[in-house]
Design a protein around this ligand. Structure first.
Ligand code: PEP
Ligand code: MN
Length: 244
């Protein structure tokens, strides 16, 4: 399970979250540095200012870090602070970015474009693989449908579909897939039961004050509760949980 805030806002916010998700059993941290926001006047992330925060927190917790890359020119600098690159839903079709990530060695978490067919997503992964990097992890984060009560519609069939066609692991992001805090734990558990290799979950110390995506963030207590249910489902499937 990879967990952390949508965006890194400050040392205090990121470090508090990192300690809490580690204690609850997360294996890695997430946290946006460069954000791809739909609205141009929304918070765009701390950018380079977050690098020192990430260095300190990953050192203090010993946890690996995943963060989104939005531009091929960020590869060098971001490599210094992340253990895996995330390609956001809006960039799944950015083939120049994918090719650049194929030319370096760190794992790439490739989110599904919210209007992409499963086969287009698999083709996007091939852009990375053809350049020499086969360290690819799919992440389903919901697709756009006619339903407006949720932010997106979680396509859980992506899990067995990808598993039958590719050797790469697949994560589910129940946070962006629902956009609603109260729906996140159930969808996370359903994903584990469906055979997902992991979850990518947004957690914030005070979701009501989050700079981005507060409506879908879990607080520490709810996250810890979800984690204990994740372990129970894994136990029933004879699968171990990997913690840090
Ligand atoms: C995120 O994980 O912070 C994010 C922006 O997700 P997506 O690209 O799936 O919208
Ligand atoms: Mn987010």
């Amino acid at each position: 399970v990879i967990a952390g805030p949508c965006s890194i806002e400050s040392y205090a916010q990121f470090s508090e979250t990192a300690q809490a998700v580690k204690k609850a059993g997360a294996a890695a941290l997430r946290g946006g540095i460069f954000k791809m926001r739909t609205k141009a006047d929304s918070f765009q992330g701390l950018g380079g200012e977050a690098f020192e925060i990430v260095k300190r927190v990953t050192q203090e917790t010993g946890m690996p870090m995943v963060s989104e890359i939005t531009d091929p020119r960020q590869v060098g600098a971001l490599s210094e602070v992340v253990d895996a690159f995330q390609v956001g839903s809006r960039n799944m079709h950015n083939y120049e970015l994918l090719k650049e990530l194929g030319r370096q060695k760190k794992p790439v978490v490739l989110k599904r474009g919210f209007t992409a067919y499963l086969d287009e997503w698999i083709s996007a992964a091939e852009y990375i693989e053809r350049e020499g990097n086969s360290n690819i992890v799919f992440c389903e984060r919901g697709i756009r449908t006619f339903e407006r009560s949720t932010r997106n519609t979680l396509d859980l069939s992506a899990v067995p579909y990808i598993k039958q066609r590719c050797d790469f692991p697949i994560l589910i992001d129940p946070s962006h897939a629902t956009g609603v805090t109260e729906l996140v734990p159930s969808m996370g558990l359903a994903a584990v039961a469906a055979g997902a290799d992991g979850l990518l979950v947004e957690v914030h110390p005070r979701p009501e004050n989050a700079a981005s995506d507060g409506d879908q963030a879990l607080d520490f207590e709810v996250f810890a509760k979800m984690m204990s249910s994740v372990e129970k489902i894994l136990g029933a499937l004879d699968r171990p949980i990997r913690t840090n």
